[in-house]
Ligand binder design. Structure first.
Ligand code: GLP
Length: 248
């Protein structure tokens, strides 16, 4: 695992954006695995900026998103489709037909999930998968449990994730209780993974994911088995790892 330790959120965002831009420049028709949440927002701002400066183009890029809340329409301002449109897709030259976000309103989740995985497999898997991490170590919406789930699936969100995401909704009751998430098969099948983290509240999840036991109790720990992971984090998010003596 290559680790970039950056000073703060802005430096973390710029570094993460440069890794994504590098992929797009190197492989203009790549399949990007994209993530939502507050962590990648800054990186998306840099990418939009660099697109506007003519430095990068998303004309031939394909994308698949990690997850979506069950029950939220794409027009809902907390849906992950809405997030992607407003933070990236609406501001760059990506072809809307080439962007995929799980459908939170699907009536046949099993068929939808199977199709989502088939699409990713058919593309030869993701070239670069962007990941944030939950405070409990979740990646995508793969919550801690007693086993890793391979396929795209419907997840019951944990109370801690509902608490963490309540800040985006009018009230905690408005946070959806389920989501559709890519499973570990698609995530681990990616040729390269870019894990991003910022802030002290991620320090424990990062420490456990990078140097703890590999266990479904901390879903991010599975990344230790992937041969090509880049971790871009700020000093606060790396603080517990560095305090434990891990060299970054
Ligand atoms: C959310 C998303 C994840 C994200 C994580 C951290 O619930 N499903 O994809 O990485 O939690 O979010 P944030 O970046 O806002 O801290």
């Amino acid at each position: 695992m290559r680790i970039y330790c950056e000073k703060d959120y802005d430096a973390m965002s710029r570094r993460a954006a440069s890794v994504i831009a590098g992929e797009v420049i190197h492989n203009p028709a790549c399949l990007l695995g994209l993530a939502t949440g507050s962590t990648p927002e800054g990186a998306y701002k840099y990418l939009v900026d660099w697109y506007k400066q003519g430095l990068i183009s998303f004309k031939d890029v394909l994308s698949v998103n990690l997850d979506e809340y069950v029950g939220l329409a794409p027009s809902h301002d907390q849906s992950y489709r809405y997030f992607m449109q407003s933070n990236l897709f609406d501001h760059v030259d990506i072809d809307p037909a080439n962007t995929r976000v799980p459908d939170g309103l699907t009536r046949d989740a099993a068929a939808f999930c199977a199709d989502y995985d088939a699409y990713i497999r058919g593309c030869g898997y993701v070239d670069l998968q962007l990941l944030g991490i939950g405070r409990n170590g979740h990646i995508g919406f793969n919550e801690p449990g007693d086993h890793f789930v391979r396929e795209t699936h419907v997840v019951d969100l944990t109370e801690s994730t509902i608490d963490a995401n309540a800040r985006f909704f009018a009230s905690r009751n408005d946070v959806p209780k389920q989501a559709i998430s890519m499973g570990m098969g698609a995530i681990m099948g990616a040729k390269r993974i870019l894990l991003c983290a910022s802030g002290e509240d991620k320090a424990d999840a990062i420490c456990r994911s990078v140097s703890g036991p590999i266990t479904p109790g901390c879903p991010g720990s599975i990344l230790q088995l992937h041969p090509n992971v880049v971790l871009v984090a700020d000093e606060a998010a790396l603080s517990k790892l560095t305090a434990s003596g891990f060299k970054v």
